[in-house]
Design a protein around this ligand. Sequence first.
Ligand code: SF4
Length: 375
Amino acid sequence: MAGIYIHIPFCKQACHYCNFHFATSHRYKNELVQALLIELELRKAYLGPDATIETIYFGGGTPSLLTQAETMSIFDAVFKHYHTDLREVTFEANPDDLTAGYLEALSQTPVNRLSIGVQSFFEEDLRWMHRAHTRQQAENCIRMAMDTGFNHLTIDLIYGAPTTTDAMWQHNMQRAIELGIEHISAYALTVEDKTPLSKMIRTGQAQTVNADKSATQFVMMVKTLTEAGFEQYEISNFAKNRQYALHNTSYWQGVHYLGIGPSAHSYDGRSRCWNIANNRQYIKSVVNGIIPAESELLTTADRFNELIMTGLRTMWGVSLQALEQLDSSYATLFQQNIQKYISAGQMKLESGSCILTQEGKILADGIASDLFVLT
Ligand code: SF4
């Protein structure tokens, strides 16, 4: 089992909080798509001769800026160079791109899961975030996607923004539930370096983000969504009817993946590599047959820490056996260090795995880093 991630590095406008790699100029879009096709061929051996691609994820940036022909050219290259047995093909999309015609065209491709960047059903939030769509476009595109036959829909929501009151956050979740969404990814607004938001806060043009408010809205979210029948299968991901996102779940389970496109990351079990985050340099290098990537070999301690970090965020937890197989002395240390969290009711042991309780989940990142071994 393996996956392919394809990064489409273009957006209509820059959302204030975003630190992903993208350009708002689409001048090099044709060349970039051609470069993606070349990279798919150049890297066909990366995952090894026996790899079968089961998931593909189009992320960005904004994949819904691709035409149907461009999307199909990428699929053609994947099918030509890789052995596939596709279970899930996810396509990130923004509401302003999802017209009835676009959805119809997309439904003719292998895409079987749409991930829609809704973020909020309030104009006030959307304006503050500098999103390119309106509340009405978000609602309409969800209905149209369902009418077009997309059964696997996920929406992204953001909580903790200065404009988002608790009542508005409650309404956002309620609206998603009423619309029949079966998968929600919800993230606390964070202020990342070098984003317009961090500059706006520094210069007093925007209010700072309140951590207490984010924590309150996180607790509201867990309660509301679990009462509505969702499972919190990862800290930020909720699914009804076991509609787990297979591609993202495979990241958390250590499945190997190949990342194509500028800034995309890859993992082959031993090392990680990442492509240059610059569209022009990426294109120039790839057309000359050179993959513009840097890589790092993972040590046992790196892999041990990653198992802890990703495992603790999921409802399946960290497998003690997997830790033991990686390094028995690290595993013994881990077993000693978790006792205080078990006593505090923040962690439990179940079926050979160490799992965070509801109280522990809110502290997940801090607990994980406390349990890391030194690299
Ligand atoms: S559309 Fe997505 S990738 Fe583009 S700027 Fe907004 S959040 Fe970032």
